[in-house]
Every structure is written in C-alpha cells, then in structure tokens.
Design a protein around this ligand. Structure first.
Ligand code: ATP
Ligand code: MG
Length: 672
C-alpha cells in the first residue's frame, strides 16, 4: 500500500498526530496521499471506516476517489466510509437533523433553475426583472449564504441600490424556502454550520460520528465549508487537507484561497508537507505550466519536477474560425487514434465555457466519434426529467409550491391561470400549501364546481400515490403514477417525432432505475433511508455520477476547465485560447487575470503525454463574426517548447527577416 509512495508522501500518510496540510503543485500525488491515507487509517491505525469522512468538490472527483480507495480497501472493512462532495455531506447532516432545523422530513432541494424561478417570481411582484438582474441577485444571495451572512445583516451591509434590492429579495427568498420546506444548494453547507454552531448536543453527536477528516482541493473551500470542517473535527484536530493555491479557480463562487493561511492561524500545531515530484506530465508540459504560473504572485514557493521524460512539443494551432477549430480537433483525434493506437477515452477536450461544446458535439456526431460531456447541460435540465422530478418532489413534500405549479398542468388538466390565482390567494390567507388548498377550496372562493372538482381530484389522486409509496414498493408506485398521468402519450403529443418521444420516455425510465439504485445504496449504509432521501440525492446530481460510472466505455471526454480539476488524461486539447475567452472578458474587466491564469494552469496540468492548444481567428458572437486575438497566456509559455501551426511567421520575426533581407541587398548593391 505504501511502497509506491515517495518519502514525503509517506510522511504525509503516516502523520496522524495532528492537523496536516499537504501543499503541492499539480500532479504531485496529493489526492493519492488522501486515498492511501484512508486505507492506512483503516488497515494500520484501526480506525473504523464509518468514522472517516473524506470530502472533495465534484461528484466526478468523489467518484474517482472512491475508486482509488476501493482498490485498497474492500468489503466489510470499507462499510460506512464517507467519501463525498461537501454538499452531499451537508445533505446527510440536514437529513438526519432536519427537525432541529425546523424542517419537515422530505424537504425539497432547489436546484439552480428552481432558485432562479423563485427569485423571478419574487421580483416580478414589483417590477420586470430580466435574466441579467435575476442572475446577479442570485449571485449576491449565494455569496451572502456562503459567507454565512443572514438577510438582516445583508441589509446592513448593502452598499448600493443593487445590493439593497438583492438583500430585500434575499429575505423574501429565505422565507419562501422555509415555507416550501425547501433548501437550496448553498443551504446544504450553511444550515449544517448553523446547526452545529448553535446546538452543542448535535455537534457532539457529529463529532462522535467523524473521527478523522480529509479534504481534497482545499484551496477552493469557502468560508462556510471551512467552518463546517472546523466544527466537525473540533478539538481533536484529526485533519488532513491537501491543496494547491495555484489551482484555486472558484473565487467567483466564494472560495477563499486564504483559507490555506487561516488554517495555520487556527491550528498553531499545523504541520505542512510539500511535495515536489510530479508523476503525471512530461517535462515539457510541466515546464509550460510552471512558466505560465510564475507570472502570478506567490505566497508559498513551490518547485515541481518530473521524471517522465521531455516528451513532444506543445502544439499551438491557429484555425480560421470556430468551425474549423472544432473540425480540426475532431479529425485529429480520429487520425491519431488510428496512427498511435490510442483509445477515444485517452483524449479530453477542455474549454472555458459550456457553450463551446456545441460545435464540437456537432462535429463529433458528424464524424461518428463517441463522446461524453460532463458538467454541461445536465440530465436534470431535460424537460421530461424536470417534469417527473416535479411530481417526485411533490410526492415527498406537498408543501413545495414550486413543484406544484410545475406539474399541475402537465399533462393538461385545464386548470387555468385565474383558478390558480384564486387557489394561491386562498393558500396565502390560510398559510397552507397550494396542494393542501386544493382539498379545502369551496364555492366561497368563486370557483366553478368543475374547477373545484378538478383540483380535488388532483389532490386526492396524489394523496393516494403518496400512501402507496409508503405501503408498497415506492418505485412501483411511482411507475403507476407515471402511467396514471399517461405521460408517454403526452410526450408523443409534444415531441417533434416518435423517436424523440421514445428517447425522452427512455430518460424517464433511466431516472427511475437510478432512483432504485440510489435507494438501494442508501439502504446499505443506513436502514432508515427512505425514498425521500433517494430523491434528494438524485437532485444532487448523484445520478450523473452513476451514469458516468456505468459508462466506462471508450469515449472522447468533453468538459469545462473548471470541471477538469483533479483529473488527468493522456492527451489534452484546450480550445479557444483567445483573449476574451481565456482570459474571459469579465475577468479582464474586473482585473481577475490571475484566476484565469490559474484556470489555464489547471488545464495544462491535466495532460500526461501531449498537449495541444487551439485558437480561432474569427468567432461568431451575438450573430456577428468577430476577429479574435490569441490569448496572452500563449505568449507566457516558453517559446522554445512550442510548435506553432497555421500561423504565419511571427510578425516581429517576419519583419526582422524582411529587414535583414533588405539590408543584405543594400550591401550587395553598394558592393560591400
Ligand atoms: P492535482 O493537483 O491535479 O489534483 P494531485 O496532486 O492530486 O494532482 P494525483 O492525482 O494524486 O496528484 O497524482 C497524479 C498522478 O501521479 C496519478 O496518476 C497518480 O497515480 C500518480 N502518482 C502519485 N504518486 C505517485 C508515486 N509515488 N509514484 C508513482 N505515481 C504516482
Ligand atoms: Mg488531486
């Protein structure tokens, strides 16, 4: 288990006397230290797996970690081990402690779109809010939540009209979430922190449950995540965190790289181990990464070297436009696969923004190259999944008015807006949910008997389904529900072709399969797990994780630079190496170049054997062809290690060559 490790890694794994920080550059084996250490704690130190919690940021990273640990510890020995994202851990805590927090069982989890639509509703009451306004209100609220600032405090902190408006919405938004018995993404950390901070008996319970914590990608923790960790480990300080300040890329989402420094202040006995050998990339790739990141200021000096050999030069490919760029990447992958006998899955294409995947997808499909996208438009944003999830949410939490509104006319029940308005008014008056209001409504509310009947029938039918879920196999009950509403017929009426309808129905069955899977997995760890828990997990994208796991097939991988963090691939393409894309325009405006540079650093250091970067001379934006400038980051790479393609000789060089030639002919003319 330990034999493969170098001395420093060894030291980090075996150090269990107190808090430890492993601070090291990309590919130096930080995650490997965590996974080996988990095995070491279980096998050598006799700590029960159930008392260990390892957290990281993305589902993909958590899954990788599980796989790596799974190779070292199996079966009974691994039972109860927590390896999850921060948010999943938060969900576990809320699930167990919802009563203390004033939530009922079966609370709903609002995803990004739910949050947006609630904010939109709240704002529409006063004035027309466009997507941009909603976007920044959401962003500000999320920021406050991550900094553990409550609505009242936010009012006091607001600096201008914009922030005051957001603070007002924040207060309303928070109240509505409570009323809907719902929590949002940021609450998954904020509520557990509040809980552990304010309830010593709960804190004790959790401190007894978790005896050792490990945190990967520590540089990207925000204030609330850091506090959660700190509270959980308490005075025991049994903590190993690993991180790299050069890979901090989530400041825009509240991450605080200074948490690395805070750690030293909060834990004076903190031990720091630095790793220097990179085991991932060739020397040229590593040198490019090091040279680039040297342009950022550094708190901690790190050196990083590799014994993987020089390797190929880094290719920089200039393309006519974005279309040519996508085609170039795809056709290269095709030929390289055949020529070098590589697999599709050895190739990753990374980009700054999700929208850049669209053209790639089209070309990949055209060339029949299998691919998979992570982190893009998710399974959960598909209409059919949103529909059925709406029903599922209402099943487990009839207070969820958002879900109610989503499903009430889907399929059509001919319950019009004015009926819904009366229903809403009544529910407001009585402080009850829309769903419960359906059962109480009468002629006094100036509704026709027909309307009343429709609402009652809906309420009654769903009540029955809820009952069936508790009495028999919940998945069968849900299947029945989908048949009751004749969802398949609805899809056929509302899809462009029968094939599309069938595909969409197929997605619904995948959803149910995953629900069953999730439930089974939860029950393995916890007998009290219910269908509600399983549904909440699903909203947390666990299903995507599941899908990816099953999908071990040979596919080219497409993802954003952000979601590539922690991963590695033999061959990497970074596309769109242009000013305004990478570095992103907003960051340039806001003077956040350093974070963009770190993002490029993350991208480069994903590559093991070869790296290619592409840029387009022209790109379509807002329906207009714009001329693009190659990214400044390309100029920051060591010129001698690059191989440019498709670019005329460098302007300076060309000029110099021309000047030189002119001088020579002048000399000749003068007979010199
Ligand atoms: P990142 O900063 O990108 O998250 P990391 O520091 O977490 O990288 P790992 O992913 O743990 O690095 O390791 C990078 C690669 O090096 C992996 O393929 C891993 O298996 C390998 N590796 C780590 N330590 C060793 C070692 N001592 N000997 C050989 N290979 C190693
Ligand atoms: Mg890592």
């Amino acid at each position: 288990m330990l034999s493969r490790l170098n001395d420093r890694q060894h030291e980090a794994v075996k150090y269990i006397g107190g808090p430890l920080l492993v601070l090291a550059g990309a590919g130096s084996g930080k995650t490997s230290v965590i996974t080996t250490k988990i095995a070491y704690l279980i096998k050598e130190c006799g700590i029960k797996a159930a008392k260990i919690a390892a957290v990281t940021f993305t589902n993909k990273a958590a899954r990788e970690m599980k796989e790596r640990v799974g190779n070292l510890v199996q079966g009974k020995e691994a039972r109860g081990l927590t390896i999850s994202t921060f948010h999943n851990l938060g969900l576990t805590i809320i699930r167990k402690e919802h009563r203390v927090l004033g939530y009922k069982a079966g609370f709903s989890l609002f995803d990004d779109q739910d949050t947006k639509s609630l904010i939109k509703d709240l704002m529409h009451k006063d004035f027309q809010a466009d997507a941009e306004v909603i976007g920044w209100v959401q962003h500000l609220i999320s920021g406050w939540k991550n900094d553990l600032i409550e609505p009242e405090q936010a009012m006091g902190l607001a600096q201008d009209d914009k922030e005051t408006l957001a603070a007002v919405v924040y207060r309303e938004y928070d109240r509505h979430l409570q009323a809907y018995n719902a929590v949002d993404f940021d609450d998954l950390i904020r509520l557990p922190v509040r809980l552990l901070r304010d309830h010593p008996e709960v804190l004790e319970r959790w401190q007894n449950r978790i005896h050792y914590m490990l945190v990967d990608e520590y540089q990207d923790t925000n204030i609330s995540q850091y506090l959660l960790v700190k509270l959980l480990i308490g005075h025991r300080s049994n903590l190993t965190v690993v991180g790299d300040d050069d890979q901090s890329i989530y400041a825009w989402r509240g991450a605080r790289p200074e948490n690395l420094i805070t750690l030293g202040q909060d834990f004076p006995s903190l031990k720091i181990v630095k790793l220097e050998q990179n085991y991932r990339s060739t020397e040229l790739i590593l040198r490019a990464a090091n040279t680039l990141i040297a342009n950022n200021p550094h708190v901690y000096e790190k050196t990083l070297w590799s014994e993987m050999g020089g390797g190929d030069k880094i290719r920089v490919v200039s393309c006519r436009n974005e279309d040519a760029e996508a085609e170039r990447v795809v056709s290269e992958i095709l030929t390289r696969r055949i020529k070098d006998n590589d697999k599709y899955k050895d190739f990753a294409v990374l980009y700054r923004g999700n929208h850049q995947a669209r053209l790639l997808e089209i070309k990949l499909q055209a060339f029949q190259v299998p691919y998979k996208i992570s982190g893009g438009t998710s399974f959960f944003s598909r209409h059919e999944i949103k529909d059925i999830m709406g029903y599922l949410r209402l099943l487990v939490n009839p207070e969820d008015d958002n879900a109610f509104l989503r499903v009430i006319n889907m399929p059509r029940r001919e319950i019009g807006p004015s009926t819904l308005e009366k229903l809403g008014n009544y529910a407001n008056q009585r402080h009850i949910s829309l769903f419960n209001a359906c059962a109480e409504l009468g002629l006094e509310q100036h509704l026709s008997e027909k309307q009343i009947d429709k609402l009652r029938r809906f309420n009654h039918w769903l009540q029955q389904t809820i009952q069936r879920c508790t009495q028999e196999d919940p998945i069968l009950a849900i299947r029945q529900m989908i048949q009751d509403i004749d969802y398949e017929a609805w899809l056929h009426q509302n899809s462009s072709s029968p094939q599309v309808a069938e595909k969409r129905m197929g997605n619904v069955w995948i959803l149910l399969e995953s629900l069953r899977d999730t439930l089974t997995r939860l029950e393995e760890d916890d007998d009290s797990a219910t269908i509600e828990d399983a549904i909440a997990r699903l909203v947390l994208r666990d299903m995507l994780e599941q899908q990816e796991k099953e999908d071990d097939s040979d596919r080219v991988q497409l993802m954003t630079l952000h979601s590539a963090k922690g991963l590695e691939f033999p061959h990497v393409y970074i596309i769109g190496m242009e000013e305004d894309l990478l570095p992103h325009r907003n960051s340039v405006d806001e003077g956040n170049i350093e974070e963009e540079r770190r993002l490029a650093y993350v991208g480069i250091t994903r590559a093991r054997k070869t790296l290619a970067m592409t840029f387009a001379s022209q790109r379509k934006q807002f329906g207009e062809m714009l001329n693009c400038t190659p990214s400044r980051f390309l100029d920051e790479l060591p010129e001698a290690d690059l191989e440019w393609e498709g670019r005329e000789t460098q302007p300076d060089e060309a000029k110099r060559a021309r000047g030189h030639a002119a001088l020579e002919s002048l000399k000749k003319m003068l007979g010199g």
